[in-house]
Design a protein around this ligand. Structure first.
Ligand SMILES: [Fe+2]
Ligand SMILES: [Fe+2]
Length: 254
């Protein structure tokens, strides 16, 4: 697909995180892992958009969604091939650790997409914001990958398509909902914000839970361990005689 408008500029937030992204992408192992994950996200996104093409009753949208889905599948293949080429040059050593996925969950954020039951306008608003986010992040990734020309070229090529996706979804949203397209965009923005908050809150809850369990382990458990040891010391070792008469009943232990 051809882009009719210039590339999206990265958001202030993505620009601010450029040094973090530069550090994350500087390691070859991390780069391979991220490319493989992006490949999965793009392919999954393509599958969802293919489903959107099946359920829409608008012939123009169906054709655009089909082309869009083909683009996303192709992005998945491009990312996977680049990861494979990097692996050939430098086989993965071990788990590369921090990937910063919570900073940019798979580029698009297609994970939140629920195709069935969505109206065309809600779908277009969601896709527009997702593609805008992807275009912003991929611009930063392309810029920090100047030292790796083939990976930089992959981002450049994909960015071209993402910019077109961002533009056509907005144009179609305005066509489908000429009066209320802004309302749909705001609703989609709030929904993304809410889901981002839930992701952050879940991550924070995980960290706080681990901290509380560690504190409990070191603060609450030692007194119980000490009491258990003291009780064990008081126990007589070996068999203990039970006084006659206490063991007559077959219904209870003593
Ligand atoms: Fe894509
Ligand atoms: Fe896209």
């Amino acid at each position: 697909m051809d882009s009719a408008r210039p590339h999206e500029r990265p958001t202030a937030f993505d620009r601010m995180l450029t040094p973090v992204h530069r550090w994350i992408w500087s390691d070859t192992d991390r780069r391979v892992q991220k490319l493989l994950r992006f490949s999965e996200t793009e392919t999954d996104g393509g599958r969802d958009i293919l489903r959107a093409a099946e359920v829409t009753s608008d012939p123009l949208l169906r054709r655009l969604y089909l082309e869009h889905a083909i683009d996303e599948f192709r992005h998945g293949v491009l990312f996977r091939h680049r990861a494979a080429a990097l692996l050939k040059v430098s086989p993965s050593r071990s788990n590369p650790g921090f990937h910063g996925d919570w900073l940019a969950p798979g580029g698009h954020g297609f994970d939140d997409l629920q195709v069935d039951g969505e109206s065309d306008s809600d779908m277009l608003a969601f896709l527009h914001l997702s593609e805008k986010a992807a275009a912003s992040r991929f611009t930063v990734y392309r810029d920090v990958m100047q030292h790796d020309a083939p990976t930089c070229a992959v981002f450049e090529e994909i960015l071209h398509d993402e910019t077109f996706h961002m533009n056509y979804t907005l144009t179609q949203l305005v066509r489908v909902e000429p009066e209320r397209h802004r309302r749909h965009l705001w609703r989609a923005r709030l929904s993304r914000l809410w889901k981002a908050y839930l992701r952050l809150a879940t991550g924070l809850a995980g960290i706080l839970g681990s901290m509380l369990l560690t504190i409990q382990y070191f603060v609450l458990l030692p007194p119980f361990a000490w009491l258990a040891r003291r009780a064990a010391r008081r126990e007589r070792s070996g068999w203990t005689m039970v006084s006659p008469g206490q063991s007559d009943s077959l219904d209870r232990q003593y």
